[in-house]
Ligand binder design. Structure first.
Ligand code: PMP
Length: 289
């Protein structure tokens, strides 16, 4: 596999970053996860804008313009003859002294990995996920805005470990007020009667690109969704539930904290939405020239 590293495509074994990079020393950096569907990059512009906003929020200057980054991503996909896959873009703070100061780091490092994707096994789309609420709270937006897709995922990793200890693949994370923020790597949607709801990003969620695309689709499909603070009670008593994310797309949830959601099988509306999303994802992408 060829990896993009600061302007060059190098062999995987030569794609190396210094142990003095603050990305490694402190998790100081940002990233994006992007999908390639049949030679088309889905929502590339949105991902690049989110990357730029993450960079701005942490005072990091991305050394490539948006157009240069788009070209570097396309080039990496082409170099690996990828038709469908997952693209990981990282910008680390770069090499610096052993102190926290970001100003000691003079050259941010840009890495692009384009690989095949490991999806949730098919059975979870047909049967639905069982999840728990993690005792690990989502980081307070005033401490570190969860909208920043930073290289420091320890908060989510600890919640994922809680899920795994309970035999689950995902966990719901609450914010410090007890409202639902998101899952460890996915955004959350529920249906209560005829109403669809998702937590506002101010509740402590990443502003998911899939979430945005799904919100638009829901509007088109006549199932509009409102942003609202949700409690665990709202989740436990929901009639239908699904999660969204770049890797997961739209995945149904059928059990939360041993409470059955709806009839305990994926809802028909979730299926409709997944189908519509998969169609859109294959139509809307930016073609790799
Ligand atoms: N929340 C978190 C914490 C995430 O890491 C992700 C991305 N995996 C999402 C939500 C979903 O965002 P997107 O749809 O942009 O992948």
């Amino acid at each position: 596999m060829k990896v993009y590293l600061n302007g060059s495509l190098v062999e995987e074994s030569d794609a190396k970053i210094s142990v003095f990079d603050h990305g490694l020393l402190y998790g100081d950096g940002i990233f994006e996860g992007i999908r390639l569907y049949q030679n088309c990059i889905f929502k590339l512009e949105e991902h690049l804008i989110r990357l730029e906003k993450s960079a701005k929020a942490i005072l990091l200057a991305i050394p490539l313009s948006r157009a240069e980054m788009a070209e570097a991503i396309s080039e990496t996909c082409r170099a690996n003859d990828l038709v469908d896959g997952y693209i990981r873009v990282l910008v680390t703070r770069g090499v610096g002294s052993l102190g926290l100061s970001h100003t000691s780091c003079k050259q941010p490092q840009v890495v692009i990995i384009a690989d095949t994707i490991t999806l949730y096994p098919e059975e979870f789309y047909t049967e639905g996920l069982r999840i728990i609420t993690s005792p690990t709270r989502r980081i307070n937006p005033a401490a570190l805005p969860p909208m920043v897709k930073s290289l420091n995922y320890l908060n989510n990793i600890l919640a994922k470990a809680d899920a795994q200890r309970s035999g689950c693949l995902e966990a719901l994370m609450l914010n410090d007020q007890g409202y639902v923020a998101e899952c460890t790597g996915d955004n959350v949607f529920i249906r209560a009667g005829d109403g669809w709801f998702t937590p506002p990003t101010e509740a402590g969620a990443l502003k998911g690109i899939t979430r945005g695309a799904v919100l638009e689709l829901m509007e088109e499909l006549g199932m509009p969704c409102q942003e609202r603070n949700l409690t665990r009670y709202d989740i436990w008593t929901a009639d239908e539930m699904f999660l969204t994310g770049t890797a997961a797309e739209v995945i149904p949830v059928v059990e939360v904290d041993e409470r059955t959601i709806g009839e305990g099988v994926p809802g028909s509306r979730t299926h409709r939405l997944l189908e519509a999303f998969q169609k859109k994802a294959r139509q809307d992408g930016r073609f790799l020239r």
